[in-house]
Design a protein around this ligand. Structure first.
Ligand code: OGA
Ligand code: MN
Length: 300
């Protein structure tokens, strides 16, 4: 039986049924899922029953797996294998984290609008987040359609933004939340990286804004101007007509295209309720400057 596609919004979010992601998929199903993924940008697969291995195996249909940045911190033990990013509020013993825990300080940055791994030279292409335990209240995830946000920019911005290169770093977004406890090895592994502010999605030719709270500088622009521009663009792109809020059900798997969406987690009482989400992340094919055919600037 072929997969079923139920649009949630006309061109951004769809639910996918009649597919069991725990099993190897045949080529037709993979092709149909990919087509839906390019047509929309956020796909929801409700009621999936997945082991960690099956989750990662499904993600490999979309492309190569990006390892978790947890691996950059040699002194910290990980609760999950390196192919999965831990988006829970749990410590290594699977207990709810303490209010002063380092992990909590780091993860609260996920409540800022961002796209995954734009702070890596080779950013993420797709993220596949699976809900193993959900909070009874709060803890939703919001998604913004950056193609629609681009299309509705005014002409001045449509002229100005293409060609601009922003510098993204995890330390920039975390500075916004007051977190700065990065280790030497993390600083070394995660220097600021260049990314285009407008990119083209090859599968459908649509242009998309590529911005995030990870941006700290825009090349060739004064920092105060750059910060004002980034804040203005995030405010533009996250107006309600571009945003879908996902209210999680247990065992939803939600897959989003990091090239043309932003997302953020909403609040919940993370010192009270367990929220256990695992993310498999698929790498993009090249840095965004390379994909747009723009020379990569020398490290400034
Ligand atoms: C993520 C993320 C937000 C959330 O998984 O990359 O930012 O709602 N998640 O957990
Ligand atoms: Mn994220």
């Amino acid at each position: 039986m072929a997969i079923s596609i139920y649009p949630i919004t006309p061109a951004f979010v769809a639910e996918i049924g009649d597919v069991d992601l725990s099993r190897p998929l045949d080529a037709d199903d993979v092709a149909a899922i990919k087509q839906a993924f390019w047509d929309y940008a956020v796909l929801i697969f409700p009621g999936q029953d997945l082991t960690q291995e099956q989750h990662v195996a499904f993600a490999r249909n979309i492309g190569p797996i990006e390892p978790s940045i947890g691996a950059y911190r040699p002194d910290s033990k990980l609760r999950l294998p390196p192919e999965l990013v831990d988006i829970s509020n749990l410590n290594i013993k699977s207990q709810i984290w303490g209010d002063k825990s380092r992990l909590r300080g780091l993860q609260l940055g996920n409540r800022l609008w961002h796209t995954d791994s734009s702070f890596k030279f080779l950013p993420a292409r797709a993220s596949l987040l699976y809900a193993r335990t959900i909070a009874p209240i709060g803890g939703h995830t919001e998604f913004a359609d950056m193609r629609a946000a681009y299309d509705s920019l005014n002409d001045e911005l449509k002229r100005k933004l293409p060609g601009l290169i922003a510098e993204h770093a995890l330390a920039y977004s975390r500075a916004r939340t007051g977190f700065s406890e990065f280790s030497e090895s993390e600083r070394k592994e995660l220097p600021p990286v260049p990314q285009m502010m407008v990119r083209t999605i090859p599968e459908n030719g649509r242009k998309s804004l590529y911005i995030a709270s990870h941006i700290g500088r825009i090349l060739g622009m004064r920092d105060d101007e750059a910060h004002a521009l980034v804040d203005r663009l995030i405010a533009h792109a996250t107006q309600r007509q571009f945003v879908y809020t996902h209210r999680w059900r247990l065992h939803d798997l939600v897959m989003w295209d990091d090239r043309c969406t932003m997302h953020r987690g909403t609040e919940f009482d993370d010192l009270r309720w367990t929220r256990d989400m695992h993310r498999a992340t698929v790498s993009d094919i090249a840095n965004t400057c390379e994909q747009e055919g723009v020379a990569i600037p020398a490290q400034s």
